[in-house]
Design a protein around this ligand. Structure first.
Ligand code: PEP
Ligand code: MN
Length: 263
């Protein structure tokens, strides 16, 4: 079902009017984790101010250490929904547990399935059984074929509103947090009919590489770019080193949007 051979035309995932896969670039920006109403509000204001319509933020955080901040859970989803409604934004947020999918329907506009859960088949089936767009991230060590099969699980349950996300894979290279597999973008575009987004934050893990990686993503045919922004990254409860602050967000967006206008 995921194959372009079965469906030659592009799938366009419509998130409250933002048509991902329509040939125009889209941006999914926001904090790594939801920490407070005030924090999300500050980010939402600048996102909306740039004319963007999507906000990301984790309420359920898949952390490597059980002692790290695990997210605000349902409270975090409520904050996201409230702030998004106040700024006419759509919410992209990760769900970790299949049992939370039903609840999430009331709060999120896109269900994110994180890299660590790419092959959580119960979660894939649960997300496939609802009428809500899904942003599926590539696993940390998943081949492109395994990634496509994971999307197939969702499609097989009847949900075809899927956005694929390349977020870097684990290699021997330590200069970046993960290795951005940029060629995965045209391969996924060729093999599947689904839109593809590149997460420049978790792939590079380096603020100095966010802009070049985003330019590369757009040049190679990505439908959207995801990146993290926090009002005060130094005190962020997760991914403190790699989130942009607000001035950096403006620089990043202005560079990408002015490039778009030149086309
Ligand atoms: C995230 O986007 O919040 C996240 C945890 O990313 P990943 O699943 O790609 O590690
Ligand atoms: Mn993060």
């Amino acid at each position: 079902l995921v194959s372009r051979k079965k469906k030659p035309e592009d799938t366009i995932v419509n998130v409250k009017g933002e048509k991902i896969g329509d040939g125009n670039p889209h941006f999914i920006m926001g904090p790594c984790a939801v920490e407070s109403y005030e924090q999300v509000k500050q980010v939402a204001e600048v996102i909306a101010g740039k004319g963007l319509t999507l906000i990301r933020g984790g309420a359920y955080k898949p952390r490597t250490s059980p002692y790290d901040f695990q997210g605000l859970g349902l409270e975090g989803l409520k904050i996201l929904r409230k702030v998004a409604d106040e700024h006419q934004l759509a919410v992209v947020s990760e769900i970790l547990n299949p049992n939370d999918i039903e609840t999430a329907l009331d709060y999120v506009d896109v269900i994110q399935i994180g890299a660590r859960n790419m092959q959580n088949f119960d979660l894939l089936r649960a997300a496939g059984s609802v009428n809500k767009p899904v942003l599926l991230k590539r696993g940390l060590a998943a081949t492109i074929e395994e990634f496509m099969y994971a999307a197939e699980y969702i499609l097989a349950q009847g949900n075809s509103q899927i956005i694929l996300c390349e977020r870097g894979i684990r290699t021997y290279e330590r200069a970046t947090r993960n290795t951005l597999d940029i060629s995965a973008v045209p391969i996924l575009k060729k093999e599947t009919h689904l839109p593809v987004v590149v997460d420049v934050t978790h792939s590079t893990g380096r603020k100095d590489l966010l802009l070049p990686a985003a330019k590369a993503a757009m040049a190679i045919g990505a439908d959207a770019v995801m990146a993290e922004v926090h009002p005060d990254p130094a005190v962020a409860l997760s991914d403190s080193a790699q989130q942009m602050d607000i001035p950096e967000f403006h620089e990043f967006m202005d560079a990408l949007l002015s490039k778009e206008k030149l086309k």
